[in-house]
Design a protein around this ligand. Structure first.
Ligand code: HEC
Length: 234
């Protein structure tokens, strides 16, 4: 009986201490009495940061996209363009100009006889892959006042594929190079192996534990630890 009572009393005391400790710790961590930072504000900031991460700069660069572009996938995308454009050599201009050989040609001057808007005709430059990518992403963003009433292709892969398709009718200038891949960080530089045993304080063998106290690792072995599996004495 006595023993049981002592055990029970011990647990009650112990849980009281734990509860007190927990309330002190949570008070420190969560600033229970400090209402300067409402939860909502911090949460809102979090969402914003997450959105930025997946923003416009995410994903492969244009050179990489073009290296993997596929003209037949681009032909399917071009179905969105055929209401206004033909692509065959000598094809008629419709609502939009014929597009044969448009890649690399002067912007807004390519189809003879087509009445371009001054926004596009006065843009200057030529249809490089970069310019075409910008134009197809947002025609109005590229040439405000253009009469191409097309919202744009938001998917970078769609744009790369349809450009590849355009290029297959009459050629194109050189593609931009894919961005160099990140150099791989190589961990095994010569001599980078584990050094002599560290972190075992010599004056505290008990704390280090019986194993390491009984079996100190000689530094000569540690340096060749990757060869540990090879047979000894062969
Ligand atoms: C609703 C009709 C319409 C659609 C759909 C359309 N375009 Fe156009 N496009 C035009 C018109 C109109 C122009 C001329 C714009 C100007 O003069 O401002 C044009 C111009 C262009 C030019 C510039 C040509 C040059 O000679 O400089 C390219 C390239 C082009 N379109 C590609 C496309 C592609 C690719 C698509 C499909 C993803 C597409 N367009 C969808 C109407 C359209």
């Amino acid at each position: 009986m006595d023993d049981r009572f002592n055990t029970a009393a011990g647990w009650v005391l112990f849980s009281g201490i734990v509860a007190l400790g927990a309330s002190i710790v949570s008070g420190m961590v969560f600033h229970a009495d400090d209402h300067e930072f409402p939860e909502g504000e911090e949460f809102g900031y979090f969402v914003e940061a997450a959105e930025e991460e997946g923003g416009a700069d995410a994903g492969p660069d244009l050179g990489t996209l073009l290296a993997n572009a596929d003209a037949s996938a681009g032909e399917a995308v071009f179905a969105k363009c055929t209401a206004c454009h033909t692509i065959e050599q000598g094809g008629a201009s419709g609502i939009g100009p014929n597009l044969y050989g448009v890649m690399g040609s002067a912007i807004g001057a390519h189809a003879a006889g087509f009445a371009y808007s001054s926004a596009l005709a006065e843009k200057g430059g030529s249809w490089t892959w970069e310019n075409m990518d910008d134009w197809l992403q947002s025609p109005r963003g590229f040439a405000s006042g253009t009469k191409m009433s097309f919202a744009g292709l938001s998917d970078p892969e769609d744009r790369a594929n349809v450009m590849e398709y355009l290029a297959s009718f009459g050629g194109a200038p050189a593609k931009p190079e894919p961005a160099a891949p990140e150099p791989e960080v190589d961990g095994d530089a010569p001599g980078a192996g584990p050094g002599p045993t560290e972190g075992v304080p010599a004056e505290a063998p008990e704390a280090a534990g019986a194993m390491s106290a009984d079996q100190p690792v000689p530094s000569s072995n540690a340096a060749t630890s990757t060869d540990g599996a090879t047979k000894v004495g062969d």
